[in-house]
Ligand binder design. Structure first.
Ligand code: MG
Length: 384
């Protein structure tokens, strides 16, 4: 029997964090939680989690902790809280933070020598070179597509891989031709996955797929020309690896993040009954079709910024984070999101970009991108 693993969870009150705690709660003989962190708000939930899982130390991005602290639990407050919690010696640090704000914690965990179960794809999009400089063997993907590829890669040798095929549900507007008047509620109604608001909007614009192509490039060290994306509305096949003999290995399970979370926490062992399997006593049809790049330019744009590199993926992501938050606060319409992202990329890529040496380089570039994006958002807002 394997020893109990010590787990740190960053973003414990978010969608990934909550599901990870469910996996851990169902497998107390396998895992023990030794640190938790969460962003602003929901201190009560964080305190409840600390109490339930007997966690000695927690962190919050807020400047002070507003809930009653369970006995024996210490708390770190402020922007440095998550990176500090990430550096606690652990078997696995699960980074379930949303947005490139999670990069600091990924870097902190890796430089402390920890293995990172990465649900924060923005860490790789914004800081791919920095993160992978610690060695890819300490990164375990949690994103369902990348977990699928990670698993499918076991089906052949590395030099036999022809390409990676990332599946995309197609998001809320897969079959909608007129995207001009869609509302926040429309965009948040994801057909197959239940996720946090940012990734759900990113799924509707297909920016999420763009981010995932960049994520796959850094995680698996595969050139962009060998990474494809395909629409698969049922979200059961989570991604595939095509080998040079013409064989494709796919990983399939009903859409539920507990599968990839448990796989990452237990790797290389599988966790029994982590998620319910496909029910073969019922009829199924799985459909695959190419992405309509005219209607959804996000994927092509991501591939282009990825090929160029030099911080351009960080700009793509930061501009999108600004645009999505402007959409969620009703400052711009849905179709403005991609316009803001591509115009921000265009404005900044003209300037000479240099390699990103550290976190402060990334932050400076992201600040430039946010400033440009904010100007564009104002324009979009006033013209709608
Ligand atoms: Mg995904």
């Amino acid at each position: 029997m394997q020893a109990k693993r010590d787990i740190v969870i960053l973003g414990s009150t978010g969608s990934i964090g909550l599901q990870a705690l469910e996996v851990i709660s169902a497998n107390p003989e396998l895992f023990r939680v030794i640190g938790l962190s969460a962003g602003f708000g929901n201190h009560k939930l964080l305190a409840d989690q600390a109490k339930k899982f007997h966690v000695p130390i927690i962190g919050t991005s807020s400047t002070e902790f507003s809930a009653e602290l369970p006995a024996g639990v210490s708390v770190i407050c402020g922007a440095k809280a998550s990176p500090e919690i990430a550096s606690i010696p652990a078997d696995i640090v699960l980074n379930g933070i949303t947005g490139s704000v999670g990069l600091a914690s990924t870097l902190s965990a890796l430089s402390a020598g920890n293995v990172v179960a990465l649900a924060n794809k923005e860490s790789l999009v914004a800081g791919g070179e920095l993160v992978t400089s610690f060695g890819r063997e300490r990164l375990i993907p949690v994103d369902s597509e990348h977990s699928a590829i990670f698993q499918a890669m076991l089906g052949g040798k590395r030099n036999e891989i022809k390409k990676l095929v990332i599946t995309a549900s197609g998001g809320a507007f897969r079959d909608r031709t007129d995207l001009a008047g869609v509302t926040i509620e429309d965009a948040l109604a994801h057909p197959t996955w239940s996720m946090g608001p940012v990734v759900t909007i990113n799924s509707a614009t297909l920016v999420n797929k763009g981010l995932e192509i960049i994520e796959a490039h850094y995680l698996f060290d595969i050139p962009y020309s060998q990474i494809d994306a395909v629409i698969h509305p049922q979200s059961v096949v989570h991604s595939m690896v095509e080998f040079f003999d013409g064989s494709t290995i796919a990983q399939a399970s009903p859409p539920n993040m507990k599968g990839p979370i448990a796989y990452a926490l237990g790797y290389p062992n599988r966790v029994e009954r982590a998620t319910s399997p496909i029910d073969w006593s019922k009829p199924h049809s799985w459909e695959f079709r190419p992405i309509d790049n005219q209607r959804f330019p996000a994927v092509d744009l991501a591939r282009r910024v990825g090929e160029i590199g030099r911080g351009l993926p960080a700009i793509y992501n930061a501009a999108n984070e600004s645009a999505v938050s402007a959409f969620l606060s009703k400052r711009i319409g849905f179709t403005s999101i991609l316009r803001v992202v591509s115009n921000t990329v265009e404005k900044i890529e003209g300037k000479s970009l240099s390699e990103l040496r550290d976190l402060s380089d990334v932050s400076a570039l992201e600040n430039d991108a946010r400033t440009v994006a904010e100007e564009l958002i104002k324009k979009e807002g006033s013209s709608s």
